[in-house]
Write a protein that binds this ligand. Structure first.
Ligand SMILES: Nc1ncnc2c1ncn2[C@@H]1O[C@H](COP(=O)(O)OP(=O)(O)OP(=O)(O)O)[C@@H](O)[C@H]1O
Length: 236
């Protein structure tokens, strides 16, 4: 197994004195999809947000070997722009400011790279379509293509399929697994669908109240392991 591209150790975070992350450890290796499961409010999003620097932890360490990108449940695309313009947006940090503000000035090489990213998510034929006209599943795949265009090697997805129908959700999680297995990306995804996690993830990490209580190959995770993550606190 390769070195972990994301290594989190002893992460702690509180909001208004209430502890949300309590000494959290998490590794995501290149070439694997790790599904993060756990009940509402157990700290999954906070963990990912700390990992990419959107939140500042109170303690602990985060090491990312490479470039991280995040994919969200709420798909933040510019709806009136084409799919390919949205994917190009992943690279704007690499462009001079003037060129980054005007899609007509995006360099040809960037458009080619963005097209390759769209092709990777199976949407090359929809490149010119306005993002707002694509289905939810297609929009999420455009958001993933944008992360690829950021040249991210660590992709963290926060409930990427919660707004999608079962078939679109299956496609998107399969795509994330494929990007890990075929492209060698390190992919961590918060999922609220344990069955999808067990079908597609390599490893399942389960959280309860800000701590990791399960870290196991997905094939070894049974129904009882999953159920234990969602028990009400009083019965735990
Ligand atoms: N910016 C914030 N300010 C105050 N409290 C916060 C903030 N962000 C998260 N919390 C609280 O921290 C706890 C954990 O939130 P988090 O979103 O990480 O949980 P989660 O496991 O991702 O939940 P869900 O499955 O519902 O998305 C929750 O009680 C939430 O209300």
């Amino acid at each position: 197994m390769s070195e972990a591209a994301l290594v989190i150790r002893g992460l702690r975070k509180s909001y208004s004195g209430r502890q949300v992350l309590d000494s959290l450890d998490l590794d995501v290796r290149s070439g694997e999809l790790v599904a993060l499961l756990g009940a509402n409010g157990c700290g999954k999003s906070t963990a990912l947000r700390c990992a990419v620097g959107l939140e500042t932890p109170d303690g602990g360490t985060v090491r990312v070997d490479g470039r991280p990108a995040m994919v969200f449940q709420q798909i933040h695309l510019v709806r009136r722009r084409s799919a390919i313009d949205n994917v190009c947006a992943g690279a704007l940090g690499r462009l001079p400011l003037r060129r980054s503000l005007t899609p007509a000035l995006f360099p040809r090489e960037l458009r080619e790279e963005a097209m390759a990213c769209l092709d990777r998510v199976g949407l090359a034929d929809r490149a010119a379509e306005r993002a707002g006209r694509l289905s939810g599943g297609q929009q999420q795949r455009v958001a993933i293509a944008r992360a690829l265009c950021q040249r991210a090697n660590v992709v963290l997805a926060d409930e990427p399929v919660s707004a999608l129908d079962p078939s679109a959700a299956e496609q998107v999680v399969a795509l994330l697994a494929d990007l890990a297995h075929q492209r060698g990306l390190a992919v961590g995804a918060v999922l609220h669908q344990p069955a999808l996690a067990r079908r597609h993830a390599d490893r399942i990490v389960g959280m309860v109240a800000g701590r990791v209580v399960l870290d196991s190959p997905a094939v070894a995770v049974g129904d009882a392991d999953v159920d234990a993550l969602y028990l009400p606190a009083v019965t735990r």
